[in-house]
Design a protein around this ligand. Structure first.
Ligand code: BTN
Length: 245
């Protein structure tokens, strides 16, 4: 386990370590990131007061068998937050932890491939807002983001980090053998299921309703014209959250 007060990005650092042969289970934790990264090339606000943690996995599995990894990490992080702070977060598909209608944290999973396309490593990076006050977030996030402290929950960063590591260890043991059970919990935690959604993909924005999530984490959306689509990646906004009215 490698602790840093400040780092550019725990995911970036751990990927470098993975390429240099770091073992399964290596963890990088930071109190602050100067270049925190989110999904779809976005930045992730990483001021002091949050927990920024990445774990390196070297699973003996194909990319297909790991499609549910981000969902499994989301379930694990809900359990960690609950154990550390007594607050029961939910998940906004696919990788956001939410409290009420606001973002409490996010997950970024990155895979490294070897020759022949086999998986060499997976880096799962998680940021959870713990002790930040509203003013610690950039202006554009102030109506979207929350933290454990802002929700009135205890913000014990070291306890949260410890629970995150324990939950990731449990997730690693169950990941392949208990996929269906993990995904059942994911569905029960997911605020996107049953909600009106906006799917933003390949230049088009379409409105629909989220009906289901399959065992690999894809989201089934039914559009106004009654057509249905399994959405496996991209941006899906939930009506009533993050400024989508
Ligand atoms: C998202 O909200 O799109 C995902 C955010 C993931 C942020 C975490 S913080 C620890 C790790 N290091 C990073 O640079 N990103 C992830």
């Amino acid at each position: 386990m490698h602790w840093f007060d400040t780092i550019d990005s725990t995911n970036t650092r751990l990927k470098e370590m993975a390429r240099q042969g770091a073992p399964h289970g290596t963890v990088v934790i930071a109190g602050q990131q100067t270049g925190g990264r989110g999904r779809m090339g976005r930045s992730f606000s990483s001021a002091g007061g949050g927990v920024y943690l990445s774990v390196l996995l070297r699973p003996k599995a194909s990319a297909r068998e790991l499609m549910h990894l981000t969902c499994a990490a989301a379930v694990a992080m809900c359990e960690a937050v609950e154990a550390a702070a007594g607050l029961r977060p939910r998940v906004k598909w696919i990788n956001d932890l939410v409290a009420g209608k606001r973002k409490l944290g996010g997950i970024l999973t990155e895979l490294g491939f070897g020759a022949g396309g086999s998986i060499e490593y997976a880096v799962v990076g998680i940021g959870i807002n713990c002790c930040q006050k509203s003013g610690d977030f950039p202006g554009e996030l102030q109506s979207i983001a929350t933290s454990l402290a802002m929700e009135g929950a205890p913000c014990l960063t070291e306890k949260l980090a410890a629970e995150m590591v324990l939950a990731l260890e449990r997730m690693d043991r169950r990941l392949l053998a208990e996929q269906d059970a993990i995904m059942e919990v994911y569905r029960s935690r997911c605020v996107t299921l049953g909600a009106q959604v906006q799917v933003i993909g390949s230049g088009a924005v379409r409105q629909g309703k989220a009906l289901d999530i399959d065992r690999e984490g894809a989201l089934l959306v039914e559009y106004a014209d009654a057509s249905r689509e399994w959405v496996a990646s991209g941006e899906v906004s939930v009506r009533g959250m993050y400024g989508y009215l």
